[in-house]
Design a protein around this ligand. Sequence first.
Ligand code: ADP
Length: 491
Amino acid sequence: MPTSIIILILIAAIAALAFLLFKKTNEVKKFKGLLTKMKKAFNYLDDQAKMIVKTDVEINRAQEFLDKRLSALDTLQKTSRLISTTLDENEIFHRLKQALTTDLGFEKGLIFILDDKKNCNVRIASGLSEEEIFYITGRLEKETDLLNALKDGNTFSSPRSPFSIKEKILQIFQIEHFVLSPVLAQSGMIGAVFVGNKSNIALSDGDEEFISILANQIGQALENARLFDQVYSSSQLLELKVQERTRQLESALTEVKQISKTKSEFISAVSHELRTPLTSIKGYASILIAGKLGNVPDAVKQRLEKINIHSDNLVKLINDLLDISRIESGKVEMTMEKCRLSEMIDNVHDLLTPQIKEKSINWRMDVDPKIPDMFLDKQQAERIFINLIGNAIKFTPENGTISVKVILQDNNMVKAEVTDTGIGIPKDAITKLFDEFYRVENEINENVKGTGLGLPLAKKIVEAHGGSMWVTSKVGEGTSFHFTIPVKTEQ
Ligand code: ADP
C-alpha cells in the first residue's frame, strides 16, 4: 500500500478521534453543569429541612406554652368557682388547698392572712417544712418595707422584680423562682399568696399574672365570706334583741293587763259605792221637791232641782264607768236579740231630733236594704249610735250635715259610718281619742260639759260584738267615725 494512502487513513483516524474527544468533552461539561445545579438544589433542600425542623421545635415550644397556660387557666377557673361558691372562710381555704398543693404545679406554696395585730397566720402551705414556715412568717412580720410594697397592690415575681426585692424574697423564702402577690380586700391587704420553684424550673410572666388573678379572687371570696359573717352575726344579734324586746313587751303587756284589771276593779268598786249614796241623795231631793216633808220655798226648790240634775249627770257618768269596766273585764252579760239596724238608727234619730232641729242640721240616712236583721245587744248597740250621733251634733255648727251610712260588705260584716261637717279633730288627738276621759281642747268642750267616756264606751261595745272602730277627720272639714260588726243572723 502506498504511503500516501496510509497517511490519509491515519489523518482520517486522527480526525475521527478528535471529533469523538470533542463530543465527550462537551458531554462532560454538560454533566458538570447538571452536577452544580443538583448540588444547589440539595443545598436548598437542606436549608428547607433545617428550617422545617426549627419551625417544628418552635411550634412544639409554643404548643407546650399554650398547654401550660390552658391548664393554668382551667385550674384558675375551677379554683375560682370552688372558692366563690362558699361563704365560709375555713371552707375557702380547704378548697384552695388542693389547688395550691397539686393542681397549680408549683413546688412550694404558701397563703398567709394578717390578723388584727398584723401577725402572719399561715392558712395553707405546701412543700415547706414546719421550720421553714416558722422562719418565713417570723421574717415576713419584720419586713415592713416588703409588706408595705405588697399593701400598695404590687405583685413580685423572679422574672420581673427589682434586684433588691428579689434578693429580699430570696432570703425570706429561700427559693430562686417565685411569685408573691397580695390578697386585697376593700379594707386593704389582708394577706398574700406565695408560690415558688427550685433553681432549675424557672417561672414565666404568665405565672405572675396567673397568681395575681388568683390572689384577687381569694381576696374577693374572703371579703364576701367576712361580709356574710358580719351580716349573719348582726342578724343573729338583731334576732336576740328582738326576742329580748318581745319578752320585755310581753311582760310589760302582762303588767299593763294587770294594772288595767286592777283599775277596772277599782272603778267598779268605787262606782258601786258612789251609786248607792247618790241614789239616796236623788231620792231625798225628789221627796223634798215634791213637798212630801212640808212646803219648800222656791229658792230651796231651785237648788234642790240643781242637786237633782247634777245627781243625774253623776249617775250617767258612774253608769258609763261601770259599763266600761264591766265590758273590759268581760263581766257584762250581752243580751242578744234580733235587731233591724234601720229601725235602731231611726229610734236614735227620733231621740235626738230636738237637738238636730235646734241647730238646723241636715240629717241623711242611708242603710243598705240587703242588711238582714242581726243579733245584737240592742240597748248597747243603740248607745254606739247615741254617742256617735250625739257627738256629731255637738261638734257640728248650725246648718251642718250629719249622714249615717250602713253597708253590707263582702266579708259578711256591716260597716257603719257617722259623718259630720263639724270642726274636725287634730291629727295628734286622733290616737288618744278612744282613751278614757280624753277630750280635745277646743272652744266647744270649754263650754259644753262632757266626760270623755262616750267614745271609749262605744268602741268597747263594738269590740264586744266582734267588730272594730276607727276615725278619720280633717280639721275644719268634718269627722267620720267608722265601725264594723260581723253579721250574726242566728243566736
Ligand atoms: P265627750 O263627748 O263627753 O267629751 P267622748 O268620748 O264622746 O266624750 O268624746 C271625746 C272627745 O272626742 C270629745 O270631747 C271631742 O273633743 C272629740 N270628738 C268626739 N266626736 C267628735 C266629732 N264628731 N267631731 C269633733 N270632735 C269629736
